[in-house]
Design a protein around this ligand. Structure first.
Ligand code: ATP
Length: 590
């Protein structure tokens, strides 16, 4: 029952709804006691031959009014209690979602997507059940059970009531035992479901690679295993679940047996009337529901407790990177001065970056190159505060990056990641993602700058073409350029292109870079690349190697360094480009 204490904050918050709902529920329980009493009255009148038409009209009239009243009250309490439970689910779902959006990439590296999806669906549903059906069964089993027992004891016979209740403690023992068993098995079933969810997510997103490697059968087999596991674990839950009803019916059956056996003797002895015994057995029938409800209550509460525990644990997971107290909320603007002594990833002993010093005037372009794994992405992620600097700082405008709110940074900086992502929406919506109110002409302008406008208008519905998983398939280069257009639409103070030109051809790359130089004259740009042509025109170029600066300067400076990495790479790439063009020198050297 601890889960009710855990949810107390919500019950307090919705106290009006829950209070009224519970009051009506208790009222219904109370009103339900009348019909068995009326049946007893009828039986005794029939036996005593005193039943008149007037008595029939009187009591059936009362029963009719009662039925209508109970009908309305039942509708109302359902609305109040279940409505509040649904709102709790919404609240928790939104909290989880909000939390997910705030978590850093290391959180997602540790967690499986399927698991997170299972928490947002199954666990929330189990909590909703606890706050709805759980509250109903708790209140109903206690009040209805209590009222019925009291009525039987007071109005008929307390001795017979005690006798009929003898089997009940066994019911409490059994349900508590089943409840514990269920808790364990439900936890395992939930884990298996998470794992299946994860498998589906992974298989669907990786279906192309699976096909390419001809691993369909292996995938199908592994999916079957997981699915089989879910079935097995759910059946083991169902087995315990299935024990509840028969156990309770059996125990209630014994109660019936005892009350009829002893009740008949009381009637013979004249202690109670036949009408009263009839009422008594009907009351006993009314006890079945509260007892069943009590059994279910354990079941529901156990599930709810497990689920609430998991959701709470997730919500308590701290955000790795948060705003400082009194952080500056004005979006940064101005020069950049980086003085990075070291940057470590959580799980790593070696620094991902060390001793990176450079300055950039507002409006300048920084090019970052280096071997794969040299730290280029890590460096640009510092600007977004996706990764934190351990020692040192980066000044952007008047303050260090860590002194701005994350919101302010996001407003100033637009980032085009290596692994671009398009939503299942129209191209227009994808581009307008950062500014849904942007005018159509600004979308076109951004697309032109990103050299993707011509490609878009060739599609059958132009900007209204749906892309992403359910839409047309675009080439890697087209997706990259749409991602660039999405960032350019914001006309950000700082634009970061993280190897974002890798999938476009040399000519398109040249066009985009030319457009950026022209349009973003006063705005800062950072470009990381493997192809040196993408950063050749930068005001400052950093060559990184194992997280350190190997070379630093403009293209001209670096070309002067004899046997330098940059010079060698540039010449090699020039040669490759020449070979690719079939030895034609007609294009400008890049
Ligand atoms: N989330 C992470 N956790 C731990 N180590 C990481 C993480 N991300 C990157 N690294 C490590 O940090 C180093 C720099 O990686 P980074 O991605 O910045 O290199 P990069 O130059 O951008 O590489 P590429 O050109 O392949 O994109 C690598 O050794 C990498 O293994």
């Amino acid at each position: 029952m601890k889960v009710f204490l855990d949810l107390w904050w919500y019950f307090k918050k919705e106290r009006k709804q829950y209070g009224t709902g519970i009051f009506l529920l208790v009222l219904v329980s109370f009103l339900s006691l009348l019909p068995p009493y009326v049946v007893g009255v009828f039986v005794d009148h029939i036996l005593e031959e005193t039943l008149t038409q007037e008595i029939i009209w009187y009591w059936t009239g009362i029963l009719f009014i009662l039925a209508v009243l109970i009908y309305i009250l039942r509708f109302l309490w359902r609305l109040l209690i279940f409505g509040s439970a649904i709102r709790l689910a919404r609240l928790l779902r939104n909290r989880l979602y909000e939390h997910f959006t705030k978590m850093s990439s290391s959180f997602y590296n540790k967690r499986r997507t399927g698991d997170l999806m299972a928490h947002s669906t199954n666990d929330i549903r189990a909590i909703e059940q606890t706050a709805g059906v759980g509250v109903l069964t708790l209140v109903d089993s206690l009040t209805m059970g209590g009222f019925v027992i009291l009525t039987m004891a007071i109005t008929i016979s307390w001795e017979l009531t005690l006798i009929s209740l003898i089997p009940m403690p066994f019911m409490a023992l059994m349900t508590s035992y089943y409840g514990t068993l269920l808790h364990k098995r439900f936890g395992k079933a939930q884990e298996a479901f998470s794992s299946l969810n994860d498998k589906v997510q992974e298989s669907v997103s990786g279906v192309r690679i699976t096909k390419t490697f001809g691993h369909e059968n292996l995938e199908i087999e592994s999916f079957r295993d997981k699915s089989e596991d879910v079935v097995k674990k759910n059946i083991s839950v169902a087995k315990v679940d299935a024990l509840f009803d028969p156990t309770i019916s059996f125990i209630v059956g014994i109660s019936y047996f005892l009350s009829i056996y002893f009740g008949a003797q009381y009637v013979v002895a004249g202690t109670i009337t036949i009408g009263e015994l009839t009422s008594f057995t009907i009351y006993l029938g009314l006890l079945i529901w509260p007892m069943l409800a009590f059994g279910w209550l354990f079941n529901i509460v156990e599930r709810g407790r497990a689920s609430y525990g998991r959701v709470e644990k997730l919500l308590k997971e701290p955000q790795a990177i948060t705003d400082k107290d009194g952080a500056v909320s004005i979006p940064p603007e101005g020069d950049v001065k980086a003085h990075i002594q070291s940057v470590y990833y959580d799980n790593s002993q070696d620094p991902a970056l060390q001793n990176i010093l450079f300055s950039l005037k507002k409006g300048q372009t920084l090019g970052v190159v280096g071997k794969t794994g040299s730290g280029k992405t890590t460096l640009v992620k510092l600007f977004l505060r996706e990764v934190e600097i351990n020692r040192g700082e980066i000044l952007f405008g008047k303050h260090s990056l860590s002194e701005y709110t994350l919101d302010a940074l996001r407003k100033s900086i637009a980032y085009v990641p290596q692994d671009h992502f398009l939503f299942s929406a129209t191209i227009a919506d994808n581009i307008a993602f950062g500014d849904p109110d942007a005018s159509f002409s600004s979308l076109i302008k951004a697309s032109r700058l990103a050299s993707v406008h011509e490609d878009i208008i060739q599609l059958h519905k132009g900007y209204e073409t749906v892309v992403g998983e359910r839409g047309v398939t675009l080439s890697g280069g087209q997706k990259q350029r749409i991602s660039i257009a999405r960032a350019l639409l914001l006309d950000p103070e700082m634009l970061i292109l993280d190897d974002s030109l890798s999938a476009v051809d040399a000519q398109t790359e040249e066009n985009i870079l030319y457009a950026l130089r022209k349009e973003r004259r006063n705005k800062t740009t950072i470009i990381t690349a493997h192809r040196l042509s993408a950063i050749k025109h930068s005001d400052l170029i950093l060559v990184l190697d194992e997280g350190k600066i190997l070379e630093k300067g403009s293209h001209e400076d670096l070309m002067k360094q004899k046997n330098g990495w940059y010079k060698r790479m540039y010449e090699q790439q020039q040669l490759e480009s020449l070979v690719n063009r079939g030895g034609r020198q007609d294009e400008a050297p890049r």
